[in-house]
Design a protein around this ligand. Sequence first.
Ligand SMILES: C[S@@+](CC[C@H](N)C(=O)[O-])C[C@H]1O[C@@H](n2cnc3c(N)ncnc32)[C@H](O)[C@@H]1O
Length: 223
Amino acid sequence: MERICGKHGQEISTHELIASAAAYPDVLIDLGTGDGRFVLRTARAHPVQYVIGVDACRDNLREASRHAPSNALFLIANALALPNDLRGLASAITINFPWGTLLTGLLADDTPLWATLASLARAGAALEIRLNGGALAEAGWTLASGGQQVRRLARAAGFHLAAPRALTAHDLRACPTTWARRLAFGRDPNALYLTGTYTEVHMDAARMATDQERYNLWHAHSR
Ligand SMILES: C[S@@+](CC[C@H](N)C(=O)[O-])C[C@H]1O[C@@H](n2cnc3c(N)ncnc32)[C@H](O)[C@@H]1O
């Protein structure tokens, strides 16, 4: 995969990725990470967690990636077409205020995103999704119908999500992402929070074979 450090992109191998993450008991993957603020704040607040931010757009990540602490990593990738490198690494996954294909990927019946989320998750991994009401409306959903649809697709993919909760301006101000702040101080703070866990691990033959190799690699590097 391609990691970004300031102006430069460089290839990071599966081996390097697993070896870096294996030094930490917890791995958080933030999809659609934007300018990386959430990843930097989380990595600094939780030095025992390895925090990986993924976004399709590199320009917004130049600054944050230049200041990344050793437990943070920024990757450039389309969340709907992630390579296998991150498979089974995540003890937590966050998606904060998605738009574009990341949002439609969460809402449509026929996209690969939910299968990808399931492939990233360890058993029991936490999933947190924050949805912007304005972006949902542009995609043709209300907060209520969008929340229900995400919950339904999550269940089919092996995640159990609790009933969605509306986020107040106060909640948004406390959430350390740039878009949470924009919404909190905008005219109509209108957002939804869904949280839950991954309750299944779907094992096909290919996953079993590669998982065994990855397991060996992980244990060779974990402290
Ligand atoms: C509204 S911004 C939110 C950024 C950040 N999570 C925040 O809360 O400040 C949505 C982000 O999703 C990213 N995005 C949209 N579709 C994507 C995809 N298919 N794969 C990866 N990132 C995507 C965009 O590049 C953008 O940075």
